[in-house]
Write a protein that binds this ligand. Structure first.
Ligand SMILES: NC(=O)c1ccc[n+]([C@@H]2O[C@H](COP(=O)([O-])OP(=O)(O)OC[C@H]3O[C@@H](n4cnc5c(N)ncnc54)[C@H](O)[C@@H]3O)[C@@H](O)[C@H]2O)c1
Length: 391
């Protein structure tokens, strides 16, 4: 087989911004044949299917029907985080491989169920955490694993969005649902990326999490206030005693030099590493002020193709799925791909633990100081004795 027959489940904003380029205008498009699309939202379904000429009998409002009726090798699940589990498990049970838009799942129970379903079906579930392909993060991971930095001790990782992302008064509104920032937090939206990048760089499991969450700026917005959190600091204790603070927010002034201001500093026994992720070397000065652009993530090429690590990461995952379906994958590579680090399990664990920490916390003047959450205990509460497999 030289192409994967792919079904797309969910055709919302991430498909519009990233995956349609991957499917139709990238160096990986020749590996994929987009056979069908399923989305209960008629508008999202129609826009995608009309643009790319998907015939009427290959458009579904129910992914079960798509999987039953169309011959597929794999599906890509682009539904909201809390709806990743069901389509993934159904696709696996029907013999398909799966790629999920990050994160694996929004809960430990869902992530575990997906990992188990993949194991039972003998198929792959891969997760598109595109930061793993960012050349700067890849380089740090490689050098850390080579031993060049010694032992990990401390890190602070920042991922800070402009207020226009969260402000319900800003037009055009960033999220399709006006109460997105009340139903979600900077943890679910942003921390998850840095949590995954951190564990990929140092390959250490989290053992304890404590979060602090601030709700001061969003409630002050006018005319429409938001009850959401402005900022969260998630402190993660790793299995070697190292500590990381992942600081995320969506209330930076709109004059910030990038939509997402992000950087990290890691201190190890033999090195200090700075990652100026928001300074990729392309700075614009225009009448709108100074803006950093990130051409490393997504590039529109003169020939109409789209490149960048936002495309390479999912593209390389599809290349692996194709190799697996052609029985060209070594058992060792398959083991690596199906381990909890590769599947992004610990990012889900860190985020759920941070949520629990805040829920049980104490608030002073809009600041909730969370309690400590022991990860082994939390895993046992959520998935019973299966917890031992992950710790
Ligand atoms: N790679 C990235 O950096 C990145 C960026 C944004 C979002 N994401 C992830 O992508 C996923 C989707 O996010 P989004 O921003 O596109 O959300 P969205 O709300 O814009 O789109 C989700 C789509 O899924 C559809 N859907 C819901 N239930 C469905 C079902 N049962 N079957 C088929 N379709 C269904 C919705 O109708 C909607 O069109 C989330 O997991 C999100 O975290 C990843």
């Amino acid at each position: 087989m030289d192409k994967l027959r792919l079904g797309v489940i969910g055709a919302g904003s991430v498909v519009r911004e990233i995956y349609r380029h991957l499917y139709f205008h990238s160096d990986y498009s020749h590996l994929l044949s987009i056979e069908a699309v399923a989305d209960p939202n008629e508008k999202a379904l129609g826009e995608f299917a009309d643009q790319y000429g998907i015939p009427a009998n290959r458009r579904f409002d129910d992914y079960h029907e798509m999987i039953r009726q169309v011959k597929l090798d794999a599906v890509q699940v682009n539904t909201p985080d809390q709806l990743h589990r069901e389509p993934t498990v159904f696709a696996l049970e029907n013999g398909l491989d799966v790629m999920v838009a990050k994160p694996l799942a929004s809960s430990i129970a869902d992530a575990h169920a997906m990992i188990e379903a993949a194991r039972k079906a003998g198929r792959l579930v891969t997760v598109d955490f595109h930061k793993r392909e960012d050349p700067r993060i890849k380089e740090v991971a490689t050098r850390y694993h080579s031993g060049a930095y010694g032992k990990f001790q401390l890190a602070v990782l920042y991922m800070l969005d402009k207020l226009c992302v969260a402000d319900p008064n800003y037009r055009p509104q960033y999220f399709t649902s006006p109460d997105f920032c009340e139903k979600n937090t900077p943890i679910t939206f942003l921390t998850v990326h840095m949590a995954d990048a951190l564990v990929q760089m140092v390959s250490l499991k989290p053992i304890n999490v404590r979060a602090t969450a601030y709700s001061q700026k969003l409630p002050s917005l006018r005319p429409v206030p938001s009850k959401g959190y402005d900022m969260c600091d998630v402190e993660v204790l790793l299995e070697n005693g190292g500590v990381a603070h992942i600081v995320t927010c969506w209330h930076l002034p709109n004059t910030a030099h990038a939509m997402t201001v992000q950087s990290s500093r890691l201190i190890c026994t033999d090195a200090m590493i700075d990652l100026a992720i928001d300074m990729p070397g392309c700075r614009e000065m225009t009448e709108n002020g100074i803006q950093e652009r990130n051409p490393l993530f997504r590039n529109f090429e003169p020939d109409g193709s789209v490149s960048g690590y936002g495309i390479d990461h999912p593209g390389n995952l599809y290349r692996k799925i194709l190799r697996s379906r052609n029985n060209q994958m070594s058992p060792q590579e398959r083991d690596e791909m199906t381990g909890p680090f590769a599947m992004g399990f610990y990012a889900t664990v860190i985020c759920e633990a941070a949520g629990v920490s805040i829920e049980k916390g104490r608030s002073i003047d809009g600041v909730t100081r969370g309690t400590e959450v022991d990860i082994a205990k939390l895993l046992r509460q959520r998935i019973g004795t299966a917890a031992d497999r992950y710790m």
